[in-house]
Design a protein around this ligand. Sequence first.
Ligand SMILES: O=C(O)CCC(=O)C(=O)O
Ligand SMILES: [Fe+2]
Length: 337
Amino acid sequence: MGKFCICSCFLTQNIFVRILNCHVEYTCKAQFLQMYHQMLAEKSQSDLEQIILQISNEISRRKNLFSDSLERKSLIQQQYHNLHPHIFTLKESFLAPQFLQLVNYCRQEDATFEGVFHLINETNIERTYTFPVFTEEFCKEFLEEILHFEDSSLPKGRPNTMNNHGVLLEELGFDGFITELRERYLGPVCHLLYPDWCWAGLDSHKAFIVQYSEGGDVDLAYHYDNAEVTLNVALSPEGSYKGGDLFFGAMKNEFDNERLWKSYRHVPCFGILHRGQHRHGAYPIETGSRYNMIMWMRSSSVRNKKCPMCGSVPDLVEVDGYGDGFTSQTVDVCSLT
Ligand SMILES: O=C(O)CCC(=O)C(=O)O
Ligand SMILES: [Fe+2]
């Protein structure tokens, strides 16, 4: 396998502009003004300047994203004092018994799609499944660790292009934990539930905590994830916030109708699994704060054929780390005969 990569569209497309509440494409100012002239017609000159400045900042952030992240990670490794050091290595005792049962079933060679349904809860939303992932005790300690890190003066990266608040789990030192969770536990489950996305396995991820509270991010605009399958686990205890339900609509590229959107209320310690291209968003939080762990899981075999963000064959750019989960195929010259 080659190195992990991003698609070059990362530097020009799907740039979220909050003032417009949508994602835009930006290669240069002239293209942008022409492409979005209708949407921009009523904006004042100063609004326009604000929008372009925001986009340029986002593009610079993306250009430096991978090197900046490595720098933060190494600083955090040197200077962060863990509150609960024992939670940084995944142990089965952190996982809910029902989740372990589900994983054990999915690992069996004769496991069937139908057979899995007594171990998960179906929702009224197409191909989304929920089940407890972590124990209450683990969620409590995990959340305490996140809050402890947030309280520190160490640098924090933004989880994704739309959330401003939260924590990148790899930077905090949970990379081994999340890799094991993906490979040994979620992999077999996703393979059975989403054979169309996971036939070749899920070989990388991006994992982060999202945080919503009054005065911070309050909601999340409608979007699809840069993932084949997403797991979203609710970490906040019962009663710690109001509002903040998720809503799901159509798949990317499918006809969408707002009246058909369906909502889902998070349940503490439970995860919801959904396809990355299944569009969704989060309604505003009304009181308190909500923390969820998000795992965007990726399959290089699937995305190497078509970038989920631009829809074309990806134009690969090698980066350090997992990038966006694409892989470059390096040819072993010695093996050519
Ligand atoms: O707020 C949530 O629970 C969902 C977050 C989400 O969709 C994402 O980060 O991709
Ligand atoms: Fe999402």
